[in-house]
Design a protein around this ligand. Structure first.
Ligand code: MCA
Ligand code: AMP
Length: 490
């Protein structure tokens, strides 16, 4: 097995004193990271799949790195997951244990799992003496992660990401972004998804550079770090929208962004208006990259390319990308007009949905092309422009992918709900906002919007809660009894 983090194992003179991770006032150099992960990795050897209680903390980064160095697969858990969602993920992924920061209270759904506290205290690790990293052979096809992602219906599916995919995507970004060990990344993304964890934590570590995590996103933190040595910023469009709104009142933010080397947005489309507002105030252009949990990163505007608002750039090195029409035939046009579904192939792809051979088979077209479900056009110079999504039942809110069916099922479990339909509506801040259309069981006493939001937040996760609730006497249905969601908005 080649280590995913060569900088951590570099010998004397290899940069052990260089900063690796910083969360608030807690930080680790590469030498310290090797020390704290060494003994943990030894305990995790042969552990198979390990759950990680993925709070935005140093312990999450240390736990994941140790698991990967041990050849185990990490299953990052959203610490705000509701009981139903968590129970599903735990029973589906069947981890052998759970890693958590000391003192972190874990919910009953994890009660049956052995818990290992992640000790990120470097003095304790050094007192134990250096521990060689496990040297067992792990195949690059072996799983590195199982990341849960929503589909249109049913509970989230676990995308199994091999070590090869993690290495391939991070190395392709090295090329596209001229990303080096001298870069210092700042972000405040959650650590239970690809964006924040794989790109935002493992990316810098693979390059031998460093990351400063904000704990939670805020424009002051972004300004502070970009004005004190950070060179790159990652965020979802909601974060860049909030930055764009704050720029007129926060001169330090303007100054920080103006001097950054690279501002990268992803997970959803960044509206052209936000692009323009940031460019006008700072003279800097945000670049977009396009990825997916199942594929990691597919395309990006390159650091040495022309930034163009509204596009996600060109395929990354090693990624094959095609557009196909409704009959599944490849579209040859590069005319900025002909719309097709994006399909991709390459070493960046997941291997399967855990325990879901049916869903895995359905996700691939002949020849191993993965069907992304994203609709796009290609400009003459190869720039890809995403224009929509095949499934209207997938909602992107705040950069989170959310399945309408999952929320409808949760709403139907509320005794005050007789019928429910969920749609997404445009929202300046979140991109899309979740709207629940409810037929109450008792029209004279419908459950309140807050009650329904809390119900969904408790069962699934707070970001899946409806932000708007509309009450109806009946849902519009066609002759077959199927809900006509388009008619709802009329
Ligand atoms: C609110 N809260 C509640 C409730 N209402 N808790 C329980 N019950 C309720 N009814 C809590 C929330 O948990 C949260 O807590 C706080 O109140 C505010 O919630 P909310 O309004 O939802 O959050 P926000 O401040 O609007 O968040 C915006 C955000 C967030 C920061 C942009 O959406 C975010 O972090 N998005 C990132 C998504 C992401 O990383 N996606 C990557 C996946 P607290 O404040 O304590 O949290 S896509 C991907 O990985 C692919 C590969 C790709 O291409 O990148
Ligand atoms: P997820 O399944 O949560 O990993 O989200 C993946 C989806 O996010 C993709 O299929 C796209 O629909 C969307 N996405 C990611 N990056 C971008 C982007 N830069 N522009 C538009 N959509 C994006």
């Amino acid at each position: 097995m080649s280590s995913l983090f060569p900088a951590m194992t570099a010998g004397p003179g290899g940069g052990a004193d260089r900063p690796a991770l910083r969360f608030g006032d807690r930080a680790l150099t590469y030498g310290e990271l090797a020390a704290v992960t060494g003994s943990l990795a030894e305990r995790l050897r042969g552990a198979g799949r390990v759950a990680v209680w993925a709070t935005p903390s140093l312990e999450t980064a240390v736990g994941v790195v140790a698991a990967l160095e041990a050849g185990a697969a990490a299953v990052p858990l959203n610490p705000k997951s509701g009981e139903k969602e968590l129970a599903h993920i735990v029973s589906d992924s069947a981890p052998s244990l759970v890693l958590a920061a000391p003192g972190e209270e874990l919910p009953p759904a994890l009660g049956a799992l052995t818990r290992i506290d992640v000790d990120a205290d470097v003095r304790a690790a050094e007192a134990e003496g250096p521990k060689p990293l496990p040297s067992g052979e792990t195949d690059d096809a072996a799983p590195a992660f199982v990341v849960y992602t929503s589909g249109t219906t049913g509970p989230p599916k676990g995308a199994v990401l091999p070590r090869r995919a993690v290495a391939a995507t991070l190395d392709a970004l090295e090329d596209a972004w001229q990303w080096t060990g001298d870069d210092v990344l700042v972000h405040g993304l959650p650590l239970f998804h690809v964006h924040g964890l794989i790109l935002g934590i493992l990316g810098p570590l693979r390059r031998g550079g460093s990351v400063r995590h904000l704990g939670r996103f805020g424009t002051e933190g972004v300004a502070r770090e970009l004005n004190s040595g950070a060179t790159m910023l990652f965020g979802v469009p909601t974060m860049y929208h909030r930055i764009a709104e704050a720029l007129p009142d926060e001169p330090e933010l303007t100054k920080g962004l103006a001097q950054a080397r690279l501002l990268v947005s992803g997970s959803a489309a960044l509206p052209v208006h936000d692009h323009e507002q940031i460019a006008a105030a700072t003279g800097r252009r945000v670049i977009e990259r396009y990825g997916m949990t199942e594929t990691l990163m597919n395309t990006s505007v390159r650091a040495d390319g022309e930034p163009r608002a509204g596009t996600v750039g060109v395929p990354l090195p090693g990624v094959e990308l095609r557009l196909v029409d409704e009959a599944g035939a490849a579209i040859e046009a590069y005319d900025g007009e002909t719309v097709g579904e994006i399909q991709v192939c390459g070493p960046n792809l997941f291997t399967e949905y855990l325990n879901r051979p049916d869903a895995t088979a359905a996700a691939f077209a002949e020849g191993g092309w993965f069907r992304t479900g994203d609709m796009a056009v290609r400009d003459a110079d190869g720039y890809v422009r995403i224009v929509g999504r095949k499934a209207t039942d997938l909602i992107k809110s705040g950069g989170y992918k959310i399945g309408a069916g999952e929320i409808e099922n949760a709403l139907l479990e509320h005794p005050g709900v007789r019928e429910a339909a969920v749609t997404g509506e445009p929202d300046a801040d979140l991109g899309e906002r979740i709207v629940a259309w409810i037929v109450p069981a008792a029209p004279e006493a419908p459950p309140s919007a807050d009650e329904l939001a809390d119900h969904v937040a408790r069962r699934l996760a707070p970001h899946k809660r409806p932000r708007t609730v509309r009450y109806l006497g009946a849902l519009p249905r066609n002759d077959m009894g199927k809900i006509m969601k388009r008619a709802l908005h009329d």
